[in-house]
Design a protein around this ligand. Sequence first.
Ligand code: ZN
Length: 603
Amino acid sequence: MPNDEYKQERWNLDDLFPALDSTEIEEAINVLEADVASFEELRDRLSADIGQEAFVEALDQYDSMVRSISRLIAFAEMKFTEDTQDQVAQSFQARMYQLGADLDNKTMFFKLWWKGLEDDEAEPLMDASGDFQYWLEAVRLQKPHTLSEPEEKIINIKDVNGSVALNTLYESITNRYTFPLEVDGELKELTYGEAMVYAKSPDANLRKAAYQSILGVHEQDVPILGQIYQYRVRDWLSENVRLRSYNSPISVRNLRNDLPDDLVEMMLEICVENASIYQRFFRLKAAWVGMDKLRRYDVYAPVVKSEKSYTFAESAEIVLASFDKFDPKVAKLARKVFDEHHIDSEVRKGKRSGAFCLTVEPGLTPWVMQNFQGLTYDLTTMAHELGHAIHSLLADDHTALTQSSSLPLAETASTFSEMLLIDELLEQDPDPAVQRDLLFRQMDDSFATIQRQAFFAMFEKKAFELIEGGASVDDLTDAYWENLQTQFGDSLELNDEFRYEWSVVSHFYNVPFYVYAYAFGQLLVLALYKQYREEGESFKPRYLEILSTGGSDSPVRTLERAGIDVASPDFWNGGFQVVDEALQKLEAMPVEASSSNGKNDTK
Ligand SMILES: [Zn+2]
């Protein structure tokens, strides 16, 4: 099918179910419930001498239940995405989430049993498990830090009213906040999401007012929010470092990501060493938004946008051409998403905002959602989401448990595809406004994903140290302020209220040390991209090998097999060289300052 026939349309979900009220759905739920009941019968027969054949049979059953619930939840989520105001879709989604949680609870015994086996008992079973092997290995990674059954039970019971309750309390307090902001002479009470839109406004005064409102409201409660954080950190230290014998607070997360401690440390250090790249970027951005010096309020200030727009068919053609140039096999996979009508690109009232790619199970082409409006941004989004689809399709011969890669590698194909498109556009479109849009987007993204997240992780490390030594909430605020000073240097005016920003970051409370995985993933792709530029053809099979592995091996082994030495600082510094090159291109462009940004009341 020629590309010019690709049209903006609603996706087709017939590969899953015909409709929300179809008998097929009720049948699928009945079959799944029967499968779960029969799997539960396994509970009494589980023992170290279950035998290879019965073990593999159990794994296949488990895999099949995961596929079933995945299809039901995917259908529910996509119907809800089509129309978030649809009451039927809303309640069906809630029902499927409940079904998923029940399934988890009822089958949890299997993973617990597996984790409890001794190494010599697990080994012969593991040997027979084929593609399930890494999934099984990953479950057992926690074994050295697992306590006795009664201890684990007590922790579970106490957590519900302990650390889990603390997180709920943090969410309850902060979700009640409204942020007062005067917009066009009218005083509004905004949610966090709404206020953040104004923090990125072209109007400098509005950006400042939005940040002051958000941070001011949090500042009032910092004594309480800070206490919650201290309890959360102390609980993490007592449980994980003292009782479970992890080396350090961050090791807990590293093991869940299956990344070695020293690798994560090195990556973070390299991020800190390269802070000056973003400092240069902020100096340059000041000129583009018509200021002598950027304030912290202006970090996400928009620069003048190019007027250029593309039709959907043109966009599909350009994106696919950039894939085709890399490897026709990759482009062919992306084409499946269009040809099977698995992409919902229309802008419709009630449709969910943003974009995503949803992988359901091996054998099914993933679904892509975006709200396409024809701007350069929409092209990079299309390339990004199709990249996710390519990743899943390349890993299509794995099981449902091993198809999708773990967090550190999850954004590999998506970010890489964006880079392919950006290079294609930079090469083909001489329009300087388009080039500028692309390069600014690349810089904004890499700041938000790499630098900001790495410095968040550095703050968390410091905060854990301080709290262990009995630090007060004010000490934490001071430590965060120091962290910002290191990050920004004198490249911008650091506005005082940002010292309370740490109390806004819910990841610190909900999932300690989660944030560094963003930096890891993005930097990894930039480093890979640098190798591609240098090596050309010979790089391709190695890259495709990484993607085809999906989630069937550990991140480090997957990269090692592709000849990538993640232990070498040069590899990671290579990622920053790509950012540096993009910045140099921007630095070489004549500045066109946008006038509305110049309303800077501090200058
Ligand atoms: Zn993504």
